[in-house]
Design a protein around this ligand. Sequence first.
Ligand code: NAP
Length: 299
Amino acid sequence: MAEVIDGRQAAAVILDSVRSAAAALEAGSGIKPGLAVVIVGDDPASHAYVRAKSRTATECGFRSVQHTLPAATTQAELAALVAALNADPSIHGVLVQLPLPKPLEAEPIIQSIRPEKDVDGLHVVNAGKLATGDLATGLVSCTPAGAMILVRRVRGEDLSGLGAVVIGRSNLFGKPMAQLLLAANATVTVAHSRTKDLPEVCRGADILVAAVGRPEMVRAEWIKPGATVIDVGINRVPAPEKGEGKTRLVGDVAFAEAASVAGAVTPVPGGVGPMTIAMLMANTVIAAHRSAGWAPPEF
Ligand code: NAP
């Protein structure tokens, strides 16, 4: 039976370090890390994420600011808010919750955030630093950064000689995850919807990372015995056993099957999910340290 990787516990460790680093920075420089979260419209799932982010920021000892804008907000109004947050010295991290309601365009907004404040790690400057192997001066996208910490917990810092397969090639997750694995010396394959014989490709992986958005797509026979399986997917599926109209969350990996073959596997929920928010806090405290001219903590 596989080790179940406890993302909640790993996230709690990160958040403890963030709190200590924030307290030391404030005591030594008077600077309190500031995180601004911007949400547009009234998507309930997005509001739940934003509430959790704002609450965690406060728990970390940050200045936590939330801007809630109506769905009718124009592109220019949203851009003006981002410009104001870029110019505000008390704000070290700016996060615009995605997706934005139509017809707002996310990309120009994301690219208008100052790279030093881009705590989601989505700006081309931060993506470019990661792609060129500069892990020291940019900000890494939160979910891959968190997933990588879980991989390191099981496999250590140096993945030399290990094969990794990432299913999914999004800018948000798949590509940065592949870069992080490569930087740790894994031999990396990035699979996607056009990959031929995906189960066969996956069976070669010592580290298998699934970020697809398809409930329980990865089956036991896709997994190499002893592999480390990181499930990034968050899918809500009907759960009639819990009552009419009820739902439950599942990942992209069939968990019980995977646990019978893998060496270690992340659950959903309680795996990668809690790491995402912890790494958002980590990025904010890193950004605040840099703005103070202090060496940032490492996670
Ligand atoms: P995305 O942008 O929709 O990308 C999905 C990727 O999966 C694409 O590269 C797509 O290939 C690939 N794909 C789709 N169907 C496939 C198939 N049948 N076989 C192989 N590959 C297939 O999604 P994302 O933003 O990366 O997110 C992926 C999942 O992670 C979602 O479930 C999302 O909810 C979850 N997620 C979780 C967190 C967290 O905090 N835990 C954060 C972010 C995302 P093509 O490029 O060829 O279309």
